[in-house]
Design a protein around this ligand. Structure first.
Ligand code: DI6
Ligand code: FE
Length: 402
């Protein structure tokens, strides 16, 4: 008899265990948890006899690991629905930015919003994610662009974790855009990020990683290099927004710094893909931004596959280019726009997303020793997760065993 807290039986499992092919499916499966962690996840035949306080009959439902959204900008002030209307009338994202809108508009609103109000605005978005089975989310700063407001954004992101049953990982994205105070001197802002902001963010443990928007309309390769070097020096993991609107060489830079992930990648080339593969950097694809900006160029998925790069997918939830809070819609769009397979879509929001956050030892698959984060689905076939549009088949969600 094996003692445990809770058992889910009569379930079909997508374990996502790397030792099994594909999504690691098991037809008649059992999951058992103790102290918030998985102690067994596998076939019913061959499972030990469990003595549990709670035994849940899943009636043949599918269980996947809890979903992981590994790239969001979920905490921000206001919204940009008025800009959306301008775009519908023909203005481009760049036009709007030039007129003082875009990221700058959200920076103004975020600076003017209190911590409590930011929290209140973020919670409905987080709840939407939770309703579709998300158990871990990454949240970036980048709408404060000065130390106190970046810290405000990050501390609101951290605070969300005490408001809901969810794991929040935070990323400092001070190098998201140039703040108005530094318009005349971009390199001075990079100095400030490297010499003041990153050391302070590291010391206060407000961020788990550092990201940079490496792009013609963001920061140059040289500036991004300085930011990533400062992050490494402060002992923080690094990520990068790379090759979204042009090929700037961000992927190779990510590889050079052993980045956890390189994100967007529409304009990635062969050299960049080989570099990511060599470094084990995960490619994070963001179909929501591609859709909302009506982009034409898809990320080179075949190139990623043939180079052997791991592929994650995420919402990029943000007010300007992806006002999206649905992980299921991310899967649908990744399949339709980027031609990902169902297996890639599911792995992309579980196992590979965990890798993109450097947390695959703790989450992302149904394996003994991992946190017992589960999503239990009312579907006959797992492809229904990506097939339905705007329908939520989540039956229940388990975070840390309960
Ligand atoms: N890439 C994007 O698509 C978003 N940020 C980034 O680095 C845009 C964010 C916004 O428009 O508010
Ligand atoms: Fe982003």
């Amino acid at each position: 008899m094996m003692r445990c807290d809770r058992v889910w039986r009569n379930a079909r499992l997508a374990t996502l265990a790397p030792s099994r092919p594909g999504i690691g499916a098991i037809g008649d499966g059992v999951v058992a948890s103790k102290g918030g962690n998985i102690i067994y996840a596998g076939a019913a035949a061959g499972a030990p006899a469990f003595r549990a306080n709670d035994i849940i009959d899943c009636d043949g439902r599918w269980i996947t690991p809890g979903l992981i959204d590994c790239h969001t900008h979920l905490v921000y002030g206001g919204n940009r629905s008025a800009e959306f209307e301008q775009r519908l009338e023909g203005a481009s994202y760049e036009d709007i930015a030039r007129m003082g809108g875009g990221i700058s508009a959200t920076v103004r609103q975020t600076r003017a919003t209190t911590k409590d109000a930011l929290l209140a605005e973020a919670l409905p978005r987080l709840d939407a994610m939770i309703r579709e089975g998300v158990t871990t989310i990454e949240i970036k700063s980048g709408y404060g662009l000065r130390l106190r407001d970046e810290m405000k954004q990050l501390s609101v992101a951290r605070k969300l974790e005490s408001c809901r049953p969810i794991k929040v990982l935070t990323t400092f994205l001070g190098a998201h855009a140039l703040p108005p105070e530094f318009k005349a001197n971009p390199d001075r802002y990079i100095d400030k990020i490297c010499n003041v902001m990153i050391p302070r963010i590291a010391e206060t443990e407000l961020a788990d990683a550092v990201d940079v928007f490496c792009e013609t309309i963001g920061f140059s390769l040289q500036q991004a290099t300085r930011v990533l070097a400062a992050a490494k020096k402060a002992g923080l993991a690094v990520k990068i927004h790379a090759e979204q609107l042009s090929n700037s060489g961000g992927a190779a830079l990510a590889a050079r710094f052993g980045a956890l992930s390189a994100d967007h990648l529409e304009y990635l080339d062969e050299t960049g893909a080989a570099a990511l593969a060599g470094a084990g950097t995960v490619a994070v694809l963001l179909p929501g931004a591609f859709y909302f900006l009506r982009e034409k160029k898809c990320p080179p998925v075949d190139l990623l596959r043939s180079a052997g790069v791991k592929i994650a997918i995420a919402s990029d939830c943000n007010p300007g280019t992806s006002p999206m809070t649905s992980p299921l819609l991310v899967m649908n769009m990744a399949a339709i726009f980027f031609h990902l397979t169902i297996e890639e879509c599911i792995a992309g929001m579980t196992r590979e997303a965990a890798r993109a956050l450097g947390r695959f030892r703790e989450i992302g698959s149904l394996e003994p020793g991992k946190r017992c984060d589960l999503a239990i689905w009312n579907v006959g076939d797992l492809s229904e997760l990506a097939y339905n549009i705007g329908f939520n088949p989540l039956h229940s969600r388990v975070w840390g065993g309960s």
